[in-house]
Design a protein around this ligand. Structure first.
Ligand SMILES: [Zn+2]
Length: 417
């Protein structure tokens, strides 16, 4: 592996500002500047020999690396997709990113040179202790680094370079896509799965080395709409029905239910996150999250129960409850063809790393792709503290990610023939 080329490539990508923006409906991608990186990647893909590389009107880059198998063999080996996203989080600036390499890491807290208040503390980052002597890459502390997900892009590009330079490594046809707007939950909005044309894919967008993510929450959104009756408060006796009070009672009744602030790991929750309105009409929005369908059903039942109980106290008010599904746990789909995750775990092992299955307490583009018919677990990039000025990644872990991908493409050949 050409290490200096790899590092330069990563730096080249993080230096392009590709921050996406929340709540933009009038255009896609949410910020035009994301295309600056996408265009650069099209050129680089072509230089690596992926002649059909192109960006579509929405900013999705797609390209093909033809397999190097015999015709007979290649008919048996499925086309595999590799996906990473170009945008960085709206939460922290990605403008003028200055990556810093802390060579031969000495085990101490890392103070970032551009802002001395930004310190990556060993006490908060237990994984740092596994990286003595490694080269840790951070921003200068004034921006995020953007390893999420430019590490993933650099790793995929380095895989392509490696395959070009090592034709003895056998692989089937690979499809590559670099997508916009993942961080604002829209990464698959205009993704043309048909054009991509693969049955299986991997996003390279995870964190800790060795982790394969195959589970997400099931997610739904509940909305309570309370209809009260508003009259002049001076003459309201026996007439006013105050939706504000009813709303407060609904929240009060949910006080002891699991919430984001007191749950972790496999626990689901109910999360009231928006209250709007007044005496006449008031709404509460609540996120429902659980890893299993039974848990989702229980939580919906619980909300109905709360509605009925509050309604009994305010018989003249009208309380509506609407539930909308947002996304489902990708594991349901991935379990239909366990090999997709199994091969990824095997690839990690062959790269000399202990593999771990990991769940995501949130969503991911791969989850949506799974339900679009494209089974897509998530592979680690090596990064930590995503969406923060304290983001860091060890270069040695990035090399492990590439090594895992090199193993993965070969495993698909080996197991399919
Ligand atoms: Zn990401």
């Amino acid at each position: 592996m050409n290490t200096s080329g790899f590092l330069n490539r990563f730096f080249r990508y993080v230096e392009v500002d590709t921050q996406s923006q929340e709540d933009v409906e009038e255009r896609f991608p949410s910020t035009e500047k994301q295309k600056n990186l996408s265009k650069m990647l099209v050129i680089e893909l072509k230089e690596l020999g992926l002649k059909d590389a192109q960006m579509d009107q929405f900013g999705y880059v797609m390209a093909t690396l033809p397999g190097n198998l015999s015709k007979q063999q290649s008919a048996k080996v499925p086309v595999i997709g590799l996906i990473a996203h170009v945008d960085t989080s709206p939460e922290v600036s990605g403008q003028n990113v200055k990556p810093v390499v802390h060579k031969n890491y000495d085990g101490k807290d890392i103070r970032l040179p551009g802002d001395s208040t930004q310190v990556i503390r060993v006490a908060d980052n237990s994984q740092l202790k596994d990286h003595l002597g490694d080269d840790i890459i951070t921003s200068d502390g004034t921006t995020l680094l953007g390893a999420d997900d430019k590490a993933g892009i650099a790793e995929i590009m380095t895989l392509l370079e490696y395959l070009k330079e090592n034709p003895q490594v056998k692989h089937g046809t690979l499809r590559i896509s670099f997508t916009p707007d993942e961080e604002v939950g829209c990464g698959t909005l205009h993704f043309d799965a048909k054009k991509f044309g693969t049955d299986y894919a991997y996003t390279v967008d995870g964190e800790t080395v060795g982790e394969i993510e195959n589970e997400t929450f099931n997610a739904a959104a509940a909305t309570f709409t309370v209809h009260g009756v508003n009259v002049h408060p001076g003459y309201a006796k026996g007439k006013m029905i105050n939706a504000v009070r009813i709303t407060a009672e609904i929240i009060k009744q949910l006080e002891k239910d699991p919430a984001p602030e007191n749950t972790e790991k496999r626990e689901g929750y109910l999360h009231p996150y928006v209250i709007e309105g007044g005496v006449e009409k008031s709404t509460i929005k609540i996120l429902i999250r659980d890893f299993v369908q039974q848990g989702m059903d229980e939580k919906v039942r619980r909300l109905n129960q709360v509605r009925d109980s509050v309604a009994a106290n305010y018989p003249l008010a009208k309380i509506e409850l609407e539930i909308k599904e947002s996304y489902q746990n990708m594991k349901v789909k991935l379990d239909e063809e366990p090999k997709v995750v199994e091969y990824a775990l095997e690839a990690v092992k062959r790269a000399g790393i202990e593999p771990h299955l990991q769940l995501i307490r949130g969503g991911t583009d791969g989850a949506k792709l799974c339900f679009m018919g494209l089974l897509t677990p998530n592979i680690f990039t090596g990064g930590h503290n995503f969406h923060s000025k304290l983001e860091w990644i060890a270069f040695q872990d990035m090399e492990k990610a590439v090594n895992t991908l090199v193993q993965l493409v070969q495993i698909w050949v080996e197991k399919s023939l």
